[in-house]
Design a protein around this ligand. Structure first.
Ligand SMILES: [Zn+2]
Ligand SMILES: [Zn+2]
Length: 257
């Protein structure tokens, strides 16, 4: 697969010295997508069509709702036309007869006790109709592009290889993603050294975070109250971000002015 390579944002993200430059970029992209979806794109027919089909997940609804400056009208208009697209489909799904063909409707089946088991839920048409998110989908595509750009730099730029090897590496899921993609995008020595470096950076980071988090918890003991925090003040946020991808603490990258 061919990816659009953009290396400058990767360097910028690496310079933030966060627990994962790809998370820093992903978060910046996420904020950009939220602002764009509530801005001029609200009225763009192309975006409208996509929003109508996919809607937004709860996490991104919250971001849209809490966007500084707010745009309740824009958010409301998007949800109105999404609802208008969704309703006829839901009506059809809800009124579909149950598999046995008798009076139990699709609706009854969906909300029945039997519907609580996992197999029934997996077949539920609701998950197809109201389980998608336009921003999650776009973020997934952009994250893969960003990972491909990082691997391209690893392959072509010695200065980057050196800087990356001195960094805190990537979070758990971006380590996994880049190693999987490296198989496709790198070969020979660059592939081997990338996998070795990414794994070593991850285990070193986890060992460091364990120490930092341990001191973070000990600081709550009154006997340690006067001792210095060292690097542990935000160890909780950084540990969560390393294990689960960025989700806590201050924004890892500021938006461009
Ligand atoms: Zn990450
Ligand atoms: Zn989402």
């Amino acid at each position: 697969m061919k990816y659009h390579i953009d290396t400058i944002p990767i360097w910028d993200a690496l310079h933030t010295n966060s627990e994962c430059p790809l998370c820093a970029l992903r978060r910046k992209t996420e904020r950009l997508l939220i602002a764009r979806n509530l801005g001029a794109a609200v009225m763009s027919p192309d975006t409208r069509l996509k929003v109508n089909e996919k809607g937004f997940c709860p996490h991104h609804q919250v971001m849209l709702y809490n966007q500084p400056g707010g745009n309740r009208l824009g958010h409301g208009l998007m949800m109105l036309s999404h609802l208008q697209t969704l309703r006829p489909k839901l009506e059809r799904a809800l009124n579909k007869p149950g598999q046995s063909g008798h009076a139990r409707t699709g609706l009854a089946r969906m909300f029945s006790r039997a519907g609580n088991n996992q197999a029934e839920q997996a077949r539920s048409p609701l998950s197809d109709l109201a389980g998608s998110c336009l921003i999650c989908d776009e973020l997934r595509v952009q994250s893969r592009r960003q990972a491909a750009s990082l691997l391209h730099l690893w392959k072509t730029d010695k200065a980057f290889r050196d800087a990356f090897a001195r960094s805190k590496g990537l979070c758990l899921s971006h380590t996994e993603l880049t190693i999987a993609m490296a198989d496709e995008l790198l070969a020979g020595n660059t592939l081997e050294t990338y996998i070795k470096t990414a794994r070593a950076l991850l285990s070193e980071s986890l060992a460091r975070l364990e120490e930092e988090l341990n001191w973070f918890t000990q600081k709550f003991d009154y006997r340690n109250a006067q001792k210095p925090w060292g690097d542990s003040k935000d160890a909780l946020e950084r540990t969560v971000n390393k294990l689960r991808g960025w989700c806590l603490g201050s924004e890892p990258m500021q938006d461009e002015p």
